[in-house]
Write a protein that binds this ligand. Sequence first.
Ligand code: MEV
Length: 326
Amino acid sequence: VDPAQNVGYGKIILLGEHSVVYGYRAIAAPINLAIRAEVTRPAAVAGARPDAAAKSELVISGWDSDPAAHNPDGAALAERVATLIAARLGVADTPVRVEVFPELPRASGLGASAALAVSVIRALVHSFGLSLSEEEISQLAFECEQLVHGTPSGIDNTVATFGQTILFRKTDAGNEIEELDIPVPIPVVVGLTGVRSLTADTVGRVHAGWEKNPQHYEAIFSEIDGLVGTGVEALRRGDLPALGEVMNLNHGLLNALQVSSPELEALVDLARRSGALGAKLTGGGGGGAMIAIAEPGRIHSVANTLDVAGYQTYLTEIRTSPNGRV
Ligand code: MEV
């Protein structure tokens, strides 16, 4: 990563969301949408005397600011995240202006909250000439994710920081992270349902179900873990039909966990009918985003069908690292 970019990457979860929170494996990949941040320190720039009354300011261009507490991915929570970061970095006493430029939609399952945290950490680290390892950046972003989601697995902050396609497993002894080499880039359409959904809510829903029926839930998680294993092999072979098949099965099991929605089902169905080899919800679900893969010659027509039906779509690729950014 070029540190000067102050970037946190967006991500898709290819296989294994939700079960990853319970210690099972998942595959995640960065996408070619990111969040960038810039820090200006007015006093330092202007050479003026520091103003004791000056306050730090967080400006997010493009996201509608929604200070309502029920909207934790909005501006209010972003401010709490920025405050936590400044405190942890020991720079809370110096007023700064942090400007955030998101390419990612928020509350859509594409890792915007982790990407925002990473971008703000990087921007403050550079502005204050601090030195943090990539692991420390990811760990601090994980703390921010705990503020936002409660019980994150750690997969989002890892991809937001390192920008690599990974096989991830959370263990008591720490995270097992394996970088995956992708021999042939795999084209992906991301489709937005247009319904915002908070990962904290769907993670909470799964947790409530797991508490009531632990053995049934663990059986589903373990089944998903098996799909992740098959998916890794398919990715390594560049076998798109096999990968598509496990994505379809994973979506069915996510539906069993009740984190799909009518809007997601409609998108998945449309993507499959228009030639996708595999389609599933990605991230927290309950709304948010769907991903579909297709043969390179087919991917534009899948995206086009979704566009014509009125969905916002993005084209991206699963590769070892994202387009030209790393
Ligand atoms: C969110 O991108 C993925 C979830 O598995 C939550 C997490 O892993 O923290 C739903």
